[in-house]
Write a protein that binds this ligand. Sequence first.
Ligand code: TRP
Length: 329
Amino acid sequence: METVVSGIRSTGNLHLGNYFGAICNFTKMQHENDCYFFIADYHSLTTHPTPADLHGNVRRVLSEYLACGIDPETATIYLQSDVQEVAELYLLLNMMAYVGELERTTTFKDKVRLQPENVNAGLLTYPVLMAADIIIHKATKVPVGKDQEPHLEMTRKFARRFNNMYGVEFFPEPEAYNFGKELVKIPGLDGTGKMGKSEGNGIYLTDSEKVIRKKVMSAVTDSGPVENYQNMSEPVKNLFTIMEFVSDPATVNYFREKYNLCQIRYGDLKKQLAVDLNAFVKPLRERIIEISADDEYLRKVVQTGAGKAREKAARTVREVREIIGFKPF
Ligand code: TRP
């Protein structure tokens, strides 16, 4: 059994790419490991949300994850800002993080390019806060995408540095959680690449039937299969890929055959795909609406999670303070 920590970004609604790519794995993983999932709301301050946006985003993301099957009785789910020990460990780790290495981090350089008007120190020390999130639970595994690998590398560096500096073997060096062949990528509806929030090519878990239909009907295709074709074009391949996730195999086969016979009408394929996507998303959508209206349930989830997370975090920070040399008089 591993200790797993994963921070959840609180910006943007969840789309099917998130669902199949990450959340499905989380819901499985939670039964086999000691999992800590938290909403990274301290981190979200690096982009200066308004107070109303901050709360609304946290609430929405929390409801979405719960609706997808993250179970607060199995895993520990909490808000980062409810665990103030994280802020203390962040402070302590900052004393060991060098400005040069932080400035060289690719994600920092990207952010400087993206928001040149707001290059705050929190952006620079983002990897330090992320390291604190992870090592505060002495995590051994972190499910991260490619984009977060530099941060995980820095986490290992900070953990190692702390251990070396104080001559202890206190923090484990966390590794990426390897989903192996279960790692799936859902393509977008715009013909190229994967589904992502910045690309605007996704089906969101909260999309209504009407919105889903509209998005699918305007998905990119091609001018139709031709005799002796070499390869299916990428946009059409992508629609089939999505279909494989939400439609039954007989439906997929039906359209594949039509395609192979050069008899396919993309309009028919899209209509069917829209129906199947809606059938897939509907129960999630309804559950999200239900949960996000249930103040009492959300309050209970958050309180329970904070309690469990703080217990672990407080122990780590107490030991860290001792190791560093803070002593009671
Ligand atoms: N930086 C991560 C992201 O953008 C979110 C995050 C914050 C995180 N703290 C974490 C992920 C700790 C894993 C572990 O997706």
